[in-house]
Write a protein that binds this ligand. Structure first.
Ligand SMILES: Cc1ncc(COP(=O)(O)O)c(C=O)c1O
Length: 359
């Protein structure tokens, strides 16, 4: 079976440090989470890094730190994984779905401006499938309207725009380390920010509202336990140094797909000139003559896993019935894009041949 994705880490790599943790009995908030935080800080060039249990909890805590509450509006990219909307919904705030550009699949600047109201409390921009194309243009608009920008960079660790890595561009950036991501800690996530004031609040919120005082903790706020464990951090530490090489290899795989599939009418997600795309997912718009779901089924019969690009959030059953605000470009992309498998060592030609046969 050619899987959609395969984590690129072996047990041998982590065994020595895992043994160290088991021997010490120190499983959380210890030396390995500190090391991982610092490594991410250096890699991204950002002031503050917080490790979390997932990309979802990272997003959720940022909204809490910004005091997003009932009836506040949060503008979100409409082509994403549903977690982007769920965190807004969970706070009884209102997700305002902003349509996306049909080429980059990312939030359109005109759509963002059109959706801003007096009730807008924050913007969540998604680097769709790891591609941050256009994030700086969105940042300019947010700065103009004095709106905090949260970048949902669940997929974009290692990507950059205009020479700055994702994680150092927006007010807050949230990463996921789920096993489908380039860097995985099993489950897990991170928040990065240069905002020192709000970073203090994030630290407190992620740690049950506690701050260290002399020999004990004082609970200055209410909060949560969304902390990453030492074992997870070890996995992250091992993968980070090779991330840039992995990204180079994945771009080669992507170019191979483009070379053979574009002549058949598949159109790849557009990556702007000043962007480094980590190729988290290889997503194409399918040619008009092809039924996307049929292609997915046929590939499966040949032992090849593929899936839809990602979701039109406003067109999912829950959000459609609650808000009735389906965005046309996101809907088109939700119905007409496909993700092909990509991982280190994949036999790309096998996938390409199977697609060619179908076409
Ligand atoms: C764009 C986006 N946002 C948020 C998430 C949620 O991340 P996690 O699964 O780590 O909670 C995902 C997960 O794939 C995602 O793709």
């Amino acid at each position: 079976m050619i899987r959609l994705a395969k984590p690129f880490i072996s047990y041998d790599e982590v065994e020595r440090e895992f043994r160290d943790v088991f021997r010490s009995g120190w499983f959380t908030k210890g030396k390995y989470t500190d090391i991982f935080r610092n490594k991410i800080k250096e890699y991204i060039d950002v002031d503050h890094v917080f490790l979390t249990t997932s990309g979802t909890t990272a997003l959720w805590v940022c909204l809490k730190a910004l005091n997003v509450k009932k009836k506040d509006e949060v503008i979100i990219s409409d082509f994403s994984y549903p977690a982007t909307a769920h965190v807004v919904e969970d706070l009884d705030a209102i997700p305002i779905f902003a349509d996306v550009d049909l080429n980059t699949f990312n939030m359109s600047t005109t759509e963002l401006e059109r959706k801003i109201t007096d009730r807008t409390k924050a913007v969540i921009y998604v680097d769709a499938l790891g591609n941050p194309s256009g994030v700086n243009a969105i940042k300019e608009i947010c700065q103009h309207y004095k709106l905090p920008l949260i970048e949902d960079a669940a997929c974009s660790m290692g990507s950059s725009e205009s020479g700055k890595r994702c994680g150092s561009i927006s007010d807050f950036t949230c990463f996921s380390f789920h096993p489908r991501k380039l860097l995985t800690t099993g489950e897990g996530g991170a928040i990065t920010t240069n905002n020192t004031d709000l970073s203090k609040l994030l630290e407190v919120k992620l740690n049950q509202g506690a701050v260290p005082r002399e020999n004990k903790f004082e609970f200055v706020d209410y909060g949560y336990n969304f902390r990453m464990s030492e074992l997870q951090a070890i996995m992250g530490i091992k993968q980070l140094p090779r991330l840039d090489n992995i990204i180079k290899n994945r771009n080669k795989i992507r170019n191979e797909y483009i070379k053979y599939l574009e002549p058949l009418g598949f159109v790849s997600q557009h990556v702007m000139d000043d962007v480094v795309y980590n190729v988290q997912s290889i997503v194409f718009k399918v040619p008009k003559r092809i039924r996307r779901d049929e292609l997915i089924k046929k590939l499966k019969l040949k032992g090849i896993e593929s899936t839809l690009g990602t979701y039109c959030l406003s067109n999912t059953e829950y959000y459609k019935s609650k808000y009735n605000a389906v965005q046309s470009n996101a809907k088109f992309l939700g119905n007409n894009t496909i993700t092909f498998p990509c991982y280190e060592g994949i036999n790309v030609q096998k996938v390409i041949t199977a697609v060619q046969l179908f076409c």
